[in-house]
Design a protein around this ligand. Structure first.
Ligand code: ZN
Length: 362
């Protein structure tokens, strides 16, 4: 299938903005049309959206409003040419144990994993969950007619945001239930678990196409954590997924992981590009995160300067990544509510940089 992504040498770069939650409505009181215009003014031509049909959860993000409101926003975005990707949380859902009491991952000694702050992973071979998520691909396409679906939390359970260089790495392997091959399952087995789940979800998209008698253009994107050299940890193997998905979104959250943006961002993008021929979107973190008391020992930087952000954008520009994704829109809304336009100008300069072939640091 041909990629719908713009080629990396395009003078009109693809810029995707993640929109998580509905604070743009609830706090900033924007209408759907105002929100779409505000995004377009940043040069955004694609968005990644949480939705009320397959919500990420009530703990962290609001669940007020209706699917009809979701649809109105999609219509406003499409009407001015902004493409939409819907997030499908696969092996994550707050409080899921009431729906899937046997889906908690098992640790190496056979006890169920326990929640860490907001995160409790899910066994990635649970047949009921995979079947339900496959049906949800169908419903997302019917309800929102998206340009793409982003498979999020599509991995073996690991709270990867905690894996800073100064934090201990998990001593237990991911889910050790018998279905997942027990505690000694090799990396290939972990990868096969995830590849198989993705294959099932992509198959659902194709069934929708066959039934409707039209070729849906819905792309399937896998959301990838930046630990490509340790697939035994996550089960995410880009080479295995290459033939199945239409692209990857690579979460390059340098401050969360306690890394300097350079050269780390370019190194991880290079690792990804070496493993796949499919489009890779480089997802940058805009504002600092994971600074609460329970994360203090991990020693993260409390800020991301505009200069750091500009350096990260330049790294993406130089890297050969096919597109840019920004996590997330609320950070731009908050900055501009404080008359801070630094992020906006940095993004404008990134767009301008595509008009020339010179990517040397200025
Ligand atoms: Zn398992």
């Amino acid at each position: 299938m041909m990629s719908a992504s713009l080629p990396p040498d395009s003078a009109n770069p693809l810029i995707n903005m993640k929109i998580y939650g509905h604070r743009w409505q609830e706090q900033y009181s924007l209408t759907s049309e105002e929100a779409a215009k505000s995004l377009a003014s940043l040069g955004v031509n694609e968005v990644t959206l949480h939705n009320r049909l397959a919500p990420v959860g009530e703990q962290r993000f609001s669940r007020t409003g209706s699917i009809r409101q979701d649809q109105e926003f999609r219509q406003a975005l499409h009407s001015i040419g902004i493409k939409t990707l819907e997030v499908l949380p696969v092996f994550f859902e707050p409080n899921y144990l009431s729906r899937y009491p046997d889906a908690a991952p098992l640790t190496a000694d056979g006890t169920p994993a326990v929640i860490d702050d907001w995160y409790l992973g899910m066994c990635p071979t649970h047949p009921g969950r995979i079947a339900e998520r496959a049906a949800m691909v169908d419903r997302l396409i019917e309800t929102y007619e998206p340009d793409g679906i982003v498979l999020d939390w599509i991995r073996h359970p690991v709270f990867w945001e905690r894996l800073t260089p100064s934090s201990p790495w998990p001593s237990d392997p991911p889910c050790c239930c018998t279905r997942c091959g027990g505690p000694t399952a090799p990396a290939e087995r972990r990868c096969a678990d995830i590849t198989s789940a993705v294959d099932r979800l992509v198959g659902s998209r194709q069934r929708v196409s066959a039934r409707d008698g039209v070729r849906h253009q819905t792309r399937i994107i896998a959301n990838i954590v930046p630990f490509l050299h340790t697939p035994e940890l996550t089960g995410q193997c880009l080479a295995d997924l290459d033939e199945i998905v239409d692209g990857f979104s690579l979460m390059l959250y340098h401050q969360v992981l306690g890394r300097e943006p350079l050269p780390w961002i370019e190194m991880v993008i290079a690792e990804a590009l070496a493993q796949t021929s499919k489009p890779v979107s480089a997802c940058l973190q805009v504002a600092p995160a994971y600074l609460g008391d329970s994360y203090r020992a991990e020693g993260r930087s409390p800020r991301i300067s505009v200069e750091d952000h500009r350096a990260s954008l330049l790294a993406v520009r130089r890297s050969g990544a096919h597109s840019l994704t920004l996590y997330h829109w609320e950070d731009y809304l908050a900055a501009e509510a404080n008359n801070n336009l630094g992020l906006r100008w940095a993004l404008a300069d990134y767009r301008d940089s595509w008009q020339s072939t010179d990517t040397s640091p200025s």
